[in-house]
Design a binder for this molecule. Structure first.
Ligand code: NAG
Ligand code: NAG
Ligand code: NAG
Ligand code: NAG
Ligand code: NAG
Ligand code: NAG
Ligand code: NAG
Ligand code: NAG
Length: 781
């Protein structure tokens, strides 16, 4: 799924829809056999460094042979296979009966067999907020990461999403030299509406067979990487869009738009397709795109999409990311928009950078003024009221249609409002259940002149500037209560909404977006997720010309830039920064880049107080991971917690895969060590979910700065004692690695009920290498 916040309310409907799995027969079977597309994952290939076409053909032929033994013949197998992954991922996608899939899953060479399911999308001042444009002189950095990393020059960032709108200025190749010679990608421009390349946008491919296997035959409109939805254009231009002066959304927020790596090259891999309600991105297409992108030569892959948290090898995104990281590609993923509920974080594989979303210090302010003198600050991107005067103000329930319930009308749902009651008035609607812009549409269809969108308790202080189709203001929970109370308190309530104005310098910022999915990580609680937070609320970036900024079919507006909110938007910020780090440190592994980003993050806001959540309560590492990204610091972290392929294999051993199974993932024989433990996985954060008595955690640090002596300091979680050994680490040269041990102990039984939080800092007086620590006592205590 695509992870914009708007798409959230569709997810429940969609999952029901997906479970029905449309039957799409490709070969003769008994009339009642139910067929579905399944992914059969076999691990890694044993290719040498030089892979010939003949080698690849041999693998595919092996896939047919292998499947043939289950479906009766190689011929039938050939007809059943829709993708054969023969370069990096070893596996195939085939249309199978459930019984066949179950048989295949038992074979010892098979890691996993799972249904090809739909993931969904997780729906630019943000760079200044992170000081990327600043020459930071506080301390030791002479220059900004942007300057040092030459704006991400010649790094190649790929995006698996809804495609790209190539005409956008963000993708113009003004000032770009020839395409790097290592690049093997193409733009599929053969069909009508195909996407042409230039020296900036150097790749555009589409993958639709996994979608087609579930949704029936496709037509020519689906043979193009063109973005019909806007999400992919927005995320790709956030990660790597070129400089575009004078960019604004409907006249608001005017400034220079650019991505995190404005001089990077970008490539779009369209894996998400637009059915009626929000895009679907199928595992099979995601895996096919990973195969291609790794081979094309991307350095960074950005994925603002995901499904529910699931096991690493029952998830196309996690498998694709595993093989990409093995080849040195940095993979950045959105954490999901199912917050603030605990345990909702998705894309939790330890080889991914998982990104939560928070606000920045810009607001698109609109004020709600009530005739009683109250003036409430809200947010929106919409036009002004027809006249600057007070209008009659009613709530949704008061505009209720005869056949609707007051509860539904309060939420301004489709078909619940009576135009005879709403016409010419400002309507106060409650947030929830449907898309925010849809409430605006319903108000508008009912003839209202404006809408006040009031938060429910769950969304607290999180207000979002949407491109509503009518004058609107989105206000927080407390202010919403004040509006409803005023409406109740008087016979003829009156109100107005001021037009939106961009305001910079808002305090406090960041705070965590309520929608941002939260830990603990339900798949492997020993791996803290998300890893980091970045701006994901009211992000301005490029948009498609194929649809309206509200995505509502009835909205005829077209914009070059749009604001969107979601972990979908924070993810490409980190991808852009990863691109800069890749330009600056081409030899750093994906894990080193992840570590540099995490250990240099901050957990305080611009008022130097702890970062808060959407209800002004202190946020925890379960919402922000290591904290808010600080790109200028990330370029010089001093030390990193690095990881090699062997560390990932150890991780799999520790998860309980046996040696035979783990060897499926490695090109060479490898050994599961008895001592393999999730607690020793060299993660830049430390999570101990079931502490009973005393537990030891080991880590190793690698010097990527200058030689120096680092000392440890612990911020201890309540009720837990922590000892570090050794307390100092002396690094004599770059690249040197040193190990240390943390001993965590419950101070006394009964304390530390639920999770408690602390931190570890290694410092040489110049660098501060910070790790969050999260601990919960075992239930026995
Ligand atoms: C169109 O596609 C062809 C074949 O892949 C490629 O050679 C050509 O450069 C592409 N043209 C543009 C403008 O992208
Ligand atoms: C392809 O299918 C879509 C959705 O069913 C439809 O809206 C579109 O008009 C079709 N395009 C062509 C070229 O047939
Ligand atoms: C945006 O700013 C640019 C340069 O400052 C200016 O030329 C342009 O007119 C502005 N556009 C709007 C819509 O304010
Ligand atoms: C799309 O959403 C509309 C309105 O919420 C709903 O009536 C319709 O059934 C949905 N369609 C699908 C295919 O889910
Ligand atoms: C109420 O009736 C109207 C007009 O027949 C219809 O469009 C609407 O969907 C109905 N609403 C509900 C909640 O049933
Ligand atoms: C306003 O009145 C309605 C109905 O009388 C009631 O349910 C609601 O709680 C009141 N709201 C406030 C904020 O007083
Ligand atoms: C903020 O944190 C508190 C305490 O953990 C929690 O109860 C609340 O739901 C959170 N609010 C939001 C909007 O995240
Ligand atoms: C490894 O695990 C698989 C699946 O559980 C099992 O079939 C196999 O016998 C195991 N191999 C060893 C060496 O334990």
């Amino acid at each position: 799924m695509i992870l914009t916040e708007q798409s959230k309310m569709w997810s429940s409907k969609l999952s029901a829809f997906f479970l029905l799995f449309i039957i799409f027969p490709t070969f003769q079977t008994p009339a009642f056999a139910v067929e579905n597309s399944y992914i059969v994952y076999l691990g890694s290939h044993a290719h040498g460094p030089e892979v010939s076409e003949a080698d690849l053909d041999r693998v595919t032929d092996y896939h047919y042979e292998f499947l043939g033994t289950f479906v009766g013949s190689k011929e039938r197998a050939k007809n059943a296979v829709i993708y054969s992954f023969n370069r990096y991922i070893n596996g195939f996608v085939a249309i199978l009966e459930e019984e066949e899939a179950a048989e295949i899953a038992k074979h010892p060479k098979v890691v996993s067999v799972f249904l090809n399911q739909a993931r969904k999308l997780h729906t630019t001042h943000s760079w200044e907020f992170m000081l990327l444009d600043k020459q930071v002189r506080t301390g030791f950095y002479q220059n900004s990461l942007w300057n040092e990393a030459r704006f991400g020059e010649d790094t190649i960032i790929g995006n698996l999403d809804t495609g790209v709108w190539p005409k956008l200025e963000s993708f113009s190749d003004r000032g770009f030299g020839p395409v790097p010679s290592r690049w093997k990608g193409i733009c599929q421009n053969d069909t009508n509406g195909g996407v042409p390349c230039n020296r900036k946008l150097i790749g555009a491919r589409y993958f639709n067979k996994g979608y087609a296997a579930n949704n029936g035959p496709i037509n020519s409109s689906m043979e193009s990487a063109l973005d019909q939805e806007g999400h992919g254009t927005h995320t790709l231009s956030t990660a790597g869009g070129n400089f575009v002066p004078g960019a604004n959304v409907l006249g608001v927020g005017n400034g220079t738009a650019r991505g995190g790596s404005p001089r990077a090259r970008v490539a779009a891999y369209k894996v998400c397709w637009e059915p009626v309600n929000g895009s679907q991105c199928f595992d099979a297409d995601i895996m096919a795109a990973f195969e291609m992108a790794i081979n094309d030569g991307v350095d960074v892959l950005s994925l603002s999409l995901g499904g529910p948290p699931s096991n690493y090898f029952n998830d196309g995104l996690s498998i694709g990311a595993f093989h990409a990281v093995k080849k040195g590609v940095v993979v950045v993923c959105s954490a999901g928009n199912d917050g603030p509920t605990a345990g909702t974080v998705t894309n939790v594989s330890p080889w991914m950078i998982t990104v939560g979303a928070s606000t920045m210090d810009r607001e698109f302010q609109t004020f709600v003024e009530l005739q009683n003198g109250l003036r409430l600050k809200g947010s929106s991107l919409s036009k002004a009221l027809p006249e600057e005067r007070f209008y009659s103000l009613i709530n949704g329930a008061q505009a209720k249609a005869a056949n609707a319930s007051a509860e539904d009308a309060m939420l301004c749902l489709d078909g619940t409002l009576d135009p005879a009651k709403a016409k010419g008035k400002i309507l106060a609607c409650l947030r929830g259940k449907t898309a925010r812009v849809d409430k605006g549409l319903q108000a508008s269809l009912a003839g209202a002149v404006g809408m006040i969108l009031c938060n429910d308790a769950a969304s607290g202080n999180e207000i979002i500037a949407d491109p509503h189709v009518l004058p609107a203001s989105h206000i927080n929970y407390k202010d919403g209560l004040a509006v409803f109370a005023y409406i109740n308190s008087t016979k003829d309530p009156l109100g107005l909404i001021t037009p939106p104005k961009a305001q910079i310098g808002t305090k406090p910022a960041p705070f965590m977006a309520a929608f941002s999915s939260q830990g603990p990580n339900l798949v492997t609680p020993e791996i803290l997720k998300p890893d980091i937070t970045a701006p994901g609320v009211d992000i301005i970036a490029g948009f498609t010309g194929a649809t309206s900024p509200s995505n509502l079919p009835s909205d005829n507006r077209r914009v070059a830039f749009n604001t969107m909110s979601g972990t979908s938007m924070s993810c490409p910020h980190v991808s852009g920064i990863a691109g800069l780090l890749k330009t600056l440190h081409p030899d750093w592994s994906p894990a080193a880049i992840r570590s540099a980003i995490m250990t240099t993050a901050r957990t305080r806001d611009n008022t130097v107080h702890p970062v808060l959540n959407g209800s002004f309560v202190k946020a925890t590492p379960f919402s922000y991971g290591a904290g808010h990204i600080r790109p200028n610091r990330a370029m010089d972290p001093g030390l990193v917690y690095d990881l090699t392929v062997n560390d990932y294999l150890d991780f799999l051993c520790a998860l309980g895969y046996n040696q035979t199974e783990v060897e499926l993932f490695s090109e060479a024989p490898c050994k599961c060590r008895k001592s393999a433990s999730l607690l020793h996985f060299n993660n830049p954060s430390i999570a101990v979910p079931k502490l009973s008595g005393t537990v030891r955690v080991t880590r190793r640090l690698k010097n990527v700065g200058s030689p120096g002596t680092y000392s440890a300091r612990v911020r201890k979680p309540a009720g837990i004692s922590i000892r570090v050994k050794p307390k100092t680490l002396k690094f004599k040269k770059v690249g040197e690695e040193k190990r240390f041990k943390l001993t965590l102990k419950l101070e006394k039984p009964g304390v530390a009920k639920g999770y408690v939080f602390g931190g570890l800092i290694w410092s040489d007086g110049k660098h501060y290498v910070r790790s969050p620590i999260v601990v919960a006592a075992a239930a026995a205590y």
